[in-house]
Design a protein around this ligand. Structure first.
Ligand SMILES: [Zn+2]
Length: 225
C-alpha cells in the first residue's frame, strides 16, 4: 500500500484473552494498543527488521528517559541505543518496563502452578517463530497498562491496571520492525480476569498525528477558532 497523506487504518487485529500475535511495521506507521474492556495488560516487544540482533531495550530506555514511568513524549530505545518507538499518545499514564513477560517459570515460581498455564512468553515465542526469532532472544517486554509500584524499600507491588474500557496507547515506529504483542495471561497483572486486547496498525498523516475521529474533530475545532 503506498504511503499517502491521508490518515488511514491499515489493519485492525483482535487478540482473544491469553493470546499473542506478531506483525511487521514500517518506519512512521503507528501502532495503537487498545484495552477494550479495561484493566488488561498487553506485553510488547520488537526487533529490527534488518537485524533481529537489535531489540527493544528496557535498560537503554530507562537510562535515557531517567524514569521507570514512560509516557507520551518518551522514546523507547533499542539495545544499540537507536530509537525504536515514540509514545505519541497515552490515555493511561502507567506502564511497566521492569518485568519480564509472564512465563511457565513465572507461574511455577511465583504462583506455585504445577500444570500448564498460558503465558505471554509462550505466546510471543510462538508468534515470533514465524519471523525466525528464537525464544531465548525475547527480552524484557514493555508491559502496556501494567501497574507496578515501587515502595521506598524497593519492593514491587503489582496493582490493577489503571486502564478503563477503550483506553489506548499510541506508538510511532521509528524503524522497520517485527513486533510481538499479547493479551497478558497473568492473574496478578490483570486484576484477576483475562480480557482481550485490540491492536491497530495505522498510517500517520503529514503532521504525524493518528487517524482517529477524535483527532480529526479536534483539528477541525482548532481550525474554526
Ligand atoms: Zn503476561
Amino acid at each position: 500500500m503506498p504511503i499517502s497523506s491521508n490518515m488511514s487504518e491499515l489493519t485492525r487485529m483482535h487478540l482473544e484473552p491469553q493470546t499473542g500475535l506478531a506483525l511487521a511495521i514500517a518506519t512512521g506507521q503507528l501502532l495503537r494498543i487498545i484495552d477494550p474492556l479495561g484493566e488488561q495488560v498487553s506485553d510488547l516487544v520488537s526487533f529490527s527488521l534488518e537485524d533481529t540482533g537489535e531489540w527493544l531495550s528496557s535498560g537503554r530506555t530507562i537510562d535515557y528517559a531517567n524514569t521507570i514511568y514512560l509516557t507520551a513524549g518518551h522514546t523507547l530505545y533499542s539495545n544499540r541505543s537507536r530509537p525504536m518507538w515514540t509514545i505519541v499518545e497515552d490515555m493511561v499514564g502507567r506502564h511497566d518496563f521492569l518485568l519480564t513477560p509472564c512465563s511457565a517459570d513465572t507461574f511455577r515460581i511465583i504462583y506455585g502452578t504445577t500444570g500448564h498455564h498460558p503465558s505471554c512468553f509462550d505466546n510471543l515465542a510462538s508468534a515470533l517463530a514465524s519471523f525466525g526469532i528464537a525464544p531465548d532472544s525475547i527480552p524484557t517486554t514493555f508491559n502496556v497498562f501494567m501497574n507496578v509500584e515501587v515502595a521506598p524499600s524497593g519492593e514491587l507491588r503489582i496493582l490493577p491496571p489503571r486502564s478503563r474500557a477503550g483506553d489506548y496507547l499510541l506508538l510511532r515506529a521509528e524503524m522497520d520492525m517485527i513486533v510481538g504483542v499479547t493479551a497478558c495471561s497473568a492473574e496478578l497483572s490483570n486484576n484477576g480476569t483475562f480480557k482481550p486486547i485490540d491492536v491497530e496498525l495505522l498510517l500517520a498523516d503529514e503532521s504525524g498525528m493518528p487517524a482517529s475521529e477524535e483527532t480529526r474533530s479536534a483539528r477541525a475545532a482548532r481550525a474554526s477558532v
